[in-house]
Design a protein around this ligand. Structure first.
Ligand code: BTN
Length: 248
């Protein structure tokens, strides 16, 4: 279920090459086979059409031929995954896409939102191959689609701006955002101030889903390691993205 179209030399930082395929089930799944078969770090797997996309927490990710669906494979030089990576990547992408849509926001930890609806999401996964830790960052963006009401409320760039966007131009911006996100994750220092600017729920009441329980709290901050600081009757505490899911 593939069909390699072409390779594009993109950059010399983290992201190096784009490999384009006509149709893939899931770029994240394909990326895992790519890594196992000796594929290089810094490769972006871009599917012009993705048929069985996966989202966070075991959900589906639906897309159509006008969506952008790609995954970056990266060999992590450290022994563990930087906890703040997906938040930092989300903030990097928001910063680079705001030239097209100034209204874009990050919903912690890694959703891209506009006006309370979902524009895109990031699925970070990891695996070991040849004794090394690899990270797969899968990104889905609604570019020219009219997603309508599905399981989650979605919105596309076209719906917000009224323009049709070339997917390659949006991919290029998103990859610049990825590069920026890797820089942000390295120091972690700017995360809190950027999240104050680009995040959409600090100092607002939120619902927290944690281990089968649901409770209300106020989101107060994010820490350089990417944890969300919340406050409720039990006091303040910092929670990891994999521990909770958050709704308004
Ligand atoms: C989420 O918000 O739940 C994350 C969605 C991530 C979807 C992208 S599309 C490209 C890549 N391949 C997948 O199967 N999933 C990610």
């Amino acid at each position: 279920m593939k069909g390699h179209v072409k390779s594009i030399q993109w950059g010399k930082g983290i992201v190096k090459t784009i490999e384009t395929y006509t149709i893939l089930d899931s770029t994240n799944e394909f990326a895992k086979h790519f890594i196992k078969s000796g594929g290089a770090s810094g490769t972006v797997i871009w599917a012009l059409r993705q048929t069985a996309g996966r989202g966070r927490l075991g959900r589906r990710w639906d897309s159509d031929p006008s969506s952008l669906t790609f995954s970056l494979v990266w060999q992590c030089p450290d022994k563990s995954i930087p906890q703040n990576l997906t938040l930092a990547i989300g903030l990097g992408i928001v910063q680079s896409l705001e030239v097209c849509v100034p209204e874009i926001k990050v919903k912690w930890p890694n959703d891209l939102w506009i006006a309370g609806k979902k524009l895109g999401g990031i699925l970070g996964e990891s695996m070991h191959a040849a004794g090394r830790l690899w990270i797969i960052l899968g990104i889905g963006l609604n570019v020219n689609s009219s997603p309508g009401a599905e399981q989650e409320q979605r919105i596309s760039l076209r719906e917000v701006t009224g323009c049709l966007w070339p997917r390659l131009a949006i991919l290029d911006l998103a990859l610049l955002g990825l590069e920026r996100g890797f820089e942000l994750a390295r120091s972690g220092q700017e995360l809190a101030s950027l999240f104050r600017h680009y995040g959409n729920f600090l100092d607002r009441p939120i619902q927290i889903y944690q281990g089968g329980q649901v409770y209300r709290a106020i989101a107060r901050d994010v820490l350089p390691d990417g944890r969300l600081v919340i406050e409720d009757a039990r006091g303040r505490r910092a929670l990891l993205p994999e521990e909770i899911s958050v709704r308004f």
